[in-house]
Design a protein around this ligand. Structure first.
Ligand code: SAM
Length: 196
């Protein structure tokens, strides 16, 4: 775990929060977001998703294993007056607790044993936004090549099939691969409302 932390710290030393776009799935389906509530950006890196959510009025918790990324995000949030609680946390060892968040965003991170805890951490009507690379990604593009970190076809769908599906995109290598949303699978799903 120390080697992993050092690897990510090194990458984040040269970069700043607010430089990159939030995840495609979050921008594309932003109209589904609630106006307020508690959100989690899991494995947030420099927190592009967290910043986006906080600017839209959500109170955001942001967790990552990299102290460099979390330090930069916390400073940025304080400077910009954003409601982001950024903390160093190994989310594999400490997944989110049940029934805690109205929105959870995960982009470009995959820890399969932790997927059930993500669904359980949603409050009733809570939304999960998930986007990460698939086994069909371009080999020379960004993202890992180790299949442990790449989604199999339909894997996100299956993992969250007990949630209500709002949006799903996975185009693989079908047709004209210079067009469309490639390299990733993306899902937005909602926990059922509490029944009266
Ligand atoms: C590819 S980056 C994605 C960052 C951000 N979500 C994004 O889309 O730009 C993967 C992130 O996962 C974090 N990470 C890896 N293992 C982790 C763990 N066990 N707990 C928390 N964060 C972890 C890394 O530090 C890194 O910031």
């Amino acid at each position: 775990m120390e080697a992993l932390k050092a690897k990510w710290d090194e990458r984040y030393r040269a970069r700043q929060p607010g430089e990159a776009d939030p995840a495609w799935v979050l921008r594309e389906y932003a109209h589904l977001l609630p106006a307020g509530g508690a959100a989690l950006d899991l494995a947030c890196g420099l927190g592009d998703n967290a910043i986006y959510l906080a600017r839209r009025g959500l109170r955001v918790t942001a967790w990552d294993i990299s102290p460099v990324a979390i330090g930069k995000l916390a400073e940025y949030a304080a400077r910009e007056g954003l409601a982001i609680d950024a903390a160093v946390r190994d989310v594999e060892a400490e997944p989110p607790p049940p029934l805690r968040f109205d929105v959870i965003v995960v982009s470009h991170f995959l820890h399969r044993p932790g997927l059930p805890a993500l669904a359980a951490a949603l409050r009733p009507s809570g939304l999960l936004y998930y986007q990460t690379w698939t086994v069909h990604k371009r080999l020379d593009g960004p993202g890992p090549s180790d299949p442990r970190f790449l989604l199999r076809p339909n894997e996100l769908l299956r993992a969250f099939c007990h949630l209500r599906l709002l949006a799903y995109r996975e185009e693989g290598r079908c047709g004209d691969t210079t067009r469309g949303v490639r390299d990733i699978a993306a899902l937005v799903a909602q926990r059922e409302e509490a029944l009266p």
